[in-house]
Design a protein around this ligand. Sequence first.
Ligand code: SAH
Ligand code: SF4
Ligand code: F3S
Length: 446
Amino acid sequence: MGRRFFIRTYGCQMNGHDSELMESILLDHGFLRADSEDAASVVILNTCSVREQAERKAIGRLQALAWRKAAEKNFYFGVAGCMAQNLGKELFCRVPALDFAIAPGRIRSVAEVLKRLENGEKQIFLPNEEGETFVNGSIDFCRRKITRVSAFVSIANGCNMNCSYCIVPKTRGREVCRSMDSILREVQFLVEKGVSEVTLGGQIVNFYGIRKIPFVNGKSPFVQLLEKVHAVDGLERIRFLSPHPSGFRDDLIDCYANLPKLCPHVHFPIQSGSDRVLRAMRRPYTRQMALNVLHKLRRNVSLMAISTDLIVGFPGETEEDFRQTEQLFDEIDFDMAFVFKYSPRAGTQAAAMDNQIPGSVCEERNQILLKKLAVTSLRRNQLFLNSQQPVLVEAPSTKDPRVLWGYTPHHKKVFFSASEKLIGKIVPVKISYITTCALNGVLENG
Ligand code: SAH
Ligand code: SF4
Ligand code: F3S
């Protein structure tokens, strides 16, 4: 019988997608999926380095796995993903029992690494190689084992920006874009397998192909890609993650009117409301430029849902800078916001800045924004009360299998009672009750 493996995923959707790919590769090589870490004889942590806390959590878990390895013959554990690249060989010093570390650009070798371990090799380390960081190329998608009605489709990997706080360019390398043809073939493949919704993903999706593919009639390569994906028969919904505020031009804004499958929700990472901080972050847009895009979206698209990422306590962020972020928060009424306390990452420019902000101030600012968010997200959800929403049904809820959940086009999670037979379908639900983080409703007839 094949070995059982378990993959625990940290970090962003790119990592989620990489875990899915590793899983498919391992299944193809005769490995079996375990339902829990305890039932597995191979455990892989697919890790994130974006904040220190994410790394600390993974190291803690690795240390626990090292104890297990000491007690259990034939047990292997390792790290995949961003920490493998960021910390490299240092990981083997911090966790000497660690069997392997595979950087994001090398995860296709996961089955081969396990074979090498079985043949007696120890401490295998595969760092990224120049130009090899693109993971989900055309050869891989046909291996995908489809588990959800909504699928992530990687359109680019890596990042060429140089935001002063961010470790991602180090962990994922220079940006490599996939060909439109390969992306379209994957979308077609997914639709044939029953997928109704795709999320086109990359670190900055709206810069897709910008250096290689010419603009056509004022349309960027990303907009051209959206139009082509939109034309795929049988596909119901399109989302993308994440765009960059600079380069979010009218051709992209117009897509919300021209492409009905494009969902009326955007994740728009602003990071700060202060121009001074944005400059120090090396984000090449101003507060006003970002606001202009968001106001246009809210004007043009009915109930446009907007979520964002914000960092509080960036080095040198003054009370006045933070007030600017608060004002921006009040002006936009975000549906959702991911508020992060700044975390210094070794080797980034911001980590070397001398005006670091004390943790207590970061915490205070974090709490202020979270309180605002509780109010705005409730207010935004209220807009859907008593309306009928088309819900793409994903799965039964973990608490009660008679309750299903799914998403509306505005990316609102909805819970309602119905039979599991509806999974994968888009059904009308009348919204009867809301909370800050979800909508609840009743299934309507057709
Ligand atoms: N490519 C995306 C972001 C990827 S990282 C973009 O440019 O928008 C996801 C989020 O993590 C970022 O938007 C940022 O808000 C946060 N982040 C990145 N580095 C961070 C750090 N050092 N400390 C705190 N938050 C950070
Ligand atoms: Fe990091 Fe900036 Fe690239 Fe986003 S755009 S991944 S924040 S360097
Ligand atoms: Fe984390 Fe790597 Fe994603 S650092 S946020 S898992 S690209």
